[in-house]
Design a binder for this molecule. Sequence first.
Ligand code: PHE
Length: 342
Amino acid sequence: MSKFEDKLREAQKEAQEELAKVDKIKDLEELKAKYLGRRGTITSLLKNLKEAPEESRPALGKLANEVKDQIEGIFKERFEELKIQEPSKEKRAEFFDYTLPGRKSWSGKLHPITQINEKIIEIFYGMGFEVAKGPDVETDHYNFEALNFPKDHPARDMQDTFYIDDEILLRTHTSPVQIRVMEKRKPPVRIIAPGRCYRHEAINARSYCCFHQVEGFYVDTDVTFADLKGVLSAFVWELFGKEVGVRFRGSFFPFTEPSAEMDIACVNCKGKGCGLCKYRGWLEILGAGMIDPEVFKNVGYDPEVYTGYAFGMGVERIAMLKYGIDDIRLFYENDLRFLRQF
Ligand code: PHE
């Protein structure tokens, strides 16, 4: 056996042994350079082939190439194995471990205020009401004057208003939609009007500068307070459940006479008394009343022929009672931990 062949076999054996021990791609690459790189052991041996006796060169060249191919083959194999054990970033993305627990994907949802708003509309729609809308930017006339709040009437102090100028303002309630609809249509009209309202108030857990109301009203011949009580009770039982107690308390609004506020038995303590209802057992949910004859005159309805009722409720307040939320600001913070619960 020639010296050349000995060296070749020796290099082959050494490479095989070292390769078996390698367990990192980085080390594998170093090893590859050591044997097969430009100055690598096997490459150098191949270069020195010309020093071997001429007649043995073809056989030795063939052998050297076989050894080189074999070592290269082992490198390739090892590389594929290590790539799986030690994948690069891109490779890692390609591998998918089916045994890992899944990551929950969240589907989009409607905002809780939108949900309650739609529910309220649906209930009244089922009782024959149609939906009407009015502008958020209103005139003093529709927001106050036509609703029987004369200029400088103390009732205007009830609502701190965002004025744009002396005549234009952001509506403080949805009641102006009553006027806009009645001006255009003859009775019978049975309307609900959902929408945003604005009040220039200090923001706290109970009140926010922008909120939602749903207005409702019905005008026809012979509409009575009993009709109002019936419709509102049916609404509350549909939204909060049949067992909920309701009551009406006398109140005042410039555009209704008589006026009332409707309470429901506290959703928390069922009327026994707790922190939520301030130990009264009852929670106020809306204002209502029979439409004042003065309002009918303002829209050209004959108060001798027609009667009607109206009511207005705060959507945030109803959502807070229904879901047990104690701070109105949560609706406007867009915290996903809050929103995902609905
Ligand atoms: N607009 C009144 C408010 O915002 C509520 C109301 C509407 C009362 C209709 C009576 C009739 O407080």
